[in-house]
Structure formats: C-alpha cells, structure tokens
Ligand binder design. Sequence first.
Ligand SMILES: Nc1ncnc2c1ncn2[C@@H]1O[C@H](COP(=O)(O)OP(=O)(O)O)[C@@H](O)[C@H]1O
Ligand SMILES: [Mg+2]
Length: 323
Amino acid sequence: MSLYWRIFLLNAAVLIAAVLLLFGPVTVSTPVAFAEGLVLVAGLVAMLIANAVLLRIGLAPLQRLTRAMATADLLHPGQRAAVSGTGEIAELTKTFNAMLARLESERAASSGRVLSAQEAERRRIAQELHDEVGQTLTAVLLQLKHTADHAPAAVREDLLQAQETTRAGLDEIRRIARRLRPGVLEELGLHSALRALAAEFATSRLSVTTHITPGLPQLDPATELVFYRIAQEALTNTARHSGARAVELHLRTLPGGGVGLLVRDDGRGIGRAPEGAGIRGMRERALLVGAELRIGAGPGGGAQVRLDVTNSTTERHSRENAR
Ligand SMILES: Nc1ncnc2c1ncn2[C@@H]1O[C@H](COP(=O)(O)OP(=O)(O)O)[C@@H](O)[C@H]1O
Ligand SMILES: [Mg+2]
C-alpha cells in the first residue's frame, strides 16, 4: 500500500471511530456538563494515542531504512536494509540496496586500482633503491676497502669505521627494498615469505610463531599479496601497539575449503581504539579479493586479525577479473 493511502486510512480510521461514537449513547449539552467533558477528554486522548500508534506502525519501515542508511559502511559490505511489504517504502528500500551494491562494487574496483598503482610504485622505488643507491654504496664500500688497504695506519681505523657505517647503510637499504617489494613472495611463494616476515618481527621481547598447514591450495598472486600485506600490517600493529610478549601467525585451510590467515597476540587488545589508516588499508585489501576480514579481541583478550578467503570468494574474484 502506498504511503499516501496508508496515512490517509490511518487517520480515516480514527475519525470514523470518533463519528461512530456519536451514534452511541452520547449526549453533549450546552454548557458542557462535567461528566460529559470528562468523557470527551478521555475520547480525545484515546484517539490521539490510537493515531500515534498507527502512524508509528505505518512509518516503521521508513525508520528502518533511515537507520540502514545512517549505518551503511562501504568497508563492511553486504549489509542490506530489510524490504517489507510493497509500495513506495519497499521500492525506496530496494533502490537504496541496489545503490549500496553498486557503490560497494565501484569502491572495490577503485581501491583495487589504487592499491595496484601503489604496489607498482613500491616495486619501482624498491628497484631504484636496489639498483641505484645500492650499487653506489657498494662501489663506495669497495673504494673504502681499497683506500684502507693503502692508507697509513693513522687513518685506517677511521676508514674501517666508515666502511662499517656504509655496510650498515647498505643493509638498511636492502631491508627497506625488501619491505617495499615482497620479493620473497615472487621468488619463494607465500609460505616462505610469511616465515621470513615473522622472523623479521621476532625480538627478545616478542616471540613470533608461524603455523602453516602443509598442502594448502594454490592461490593467485593477487590473493597472496593480500595475505602478505595484511599479515605485515597485523604484525606491525602487534609490535607497535600491543605490548604483547607472543604473537601467533596461522595459515590454514578453512572448514569449507579455502585459506584463512589468523594473527593473534597476547597484548592489551585493540579495545575501542579508532581504526587508522593501517586497519582501513587491511579492509580495502580484503575487499579487493572479496575476502572476509575480522579484527577484534582474541580468546585471551589480545588482538586478533582473521582473513578468510573461501573458495567461492576466489572463484568470484577470478570471474570478475576475467570480465
Ligand atoms: N595488536 C594491537 N594491539 C593493541 N592495539 C592495537 C593493535 N592493533 C591496532 N591497535 C590499535 O588500533 C589503532 C589503529 O591501528 P591502525 O589502523 O593500524 O593505525 P596505526 O597503526 O597507524 O595507529 C592503533 O592506533 C592502536 O591503538
Ligand atoms: Mg598500523
């Protein structure tokens, strides 16, 4: 029923009830007697209450839709307003749901473009760091060694020191380049890359353990990169914010097929901390392959990040890529 008729009929029902009362045993004299006044006021109150209740019921779908609009979040896709009945409100709800679906897919496509541009840029910077700065520093290192070999003893010590500093700089650049471009991912595959990543985060104060189920299904490179970057951000957050002593990284098969990543620490937990660029980036990446990402508290109270890539998400993703 259309909103127009709904409101009209609600009001008509209340007014007709009032008029019908006139045919009942009601008399109104002038001036109004006290008892009659009492009946009139009671009748008025009853009508107002009936009207309010009926309007509330009639407008409830609109309120539900408003709530759905206010809470819609493209980083948590898949939420839809419930469609009830027919008429304009149902039509409006359906249109809103369709718009949300369109926005979600456009958002996923555009963040996909942004992220792949970002990856390409990272790869370029890593390459340049390695090829340009790395080569120059290597040359400097050789020159220093050569000079130190021929230098008088008085400056040799300084030259050796300079050599050490240069070598440390070179290591640092290699490390930055590796972080920018997960070369291990391309060379050794996801499992070794994750182990290397875990090793990078392990310190005397933070133990990192990796549990990778053998024989996991093969993933496409885009999905592997999503796993790698999300694990990287989750471990960075653990190291930076959690104060944890231990963190576990699991890569395992999901009960219904597919692959799941779980990073769980025993730190102070995320609590109500607002999501920053890091967590938003994780969500964007998960959306990219249509995977489900859940960030919250683990069983021990620490932070837990779960990424589930089911078989259906991988199939959908490759279908969309083929289009
Ligand atoms: N493992 C964690 N343990 C405790 N707090 C966390 C953890 N991960 C994230 N947080 C909290 O969530 C916030 C948002 O994280 P993030 O989006 O990665 O932004 P950033 O790391 O740049 O601060 C952090 O500032 C921190 O307060
Ligand atoms: Mg972060």
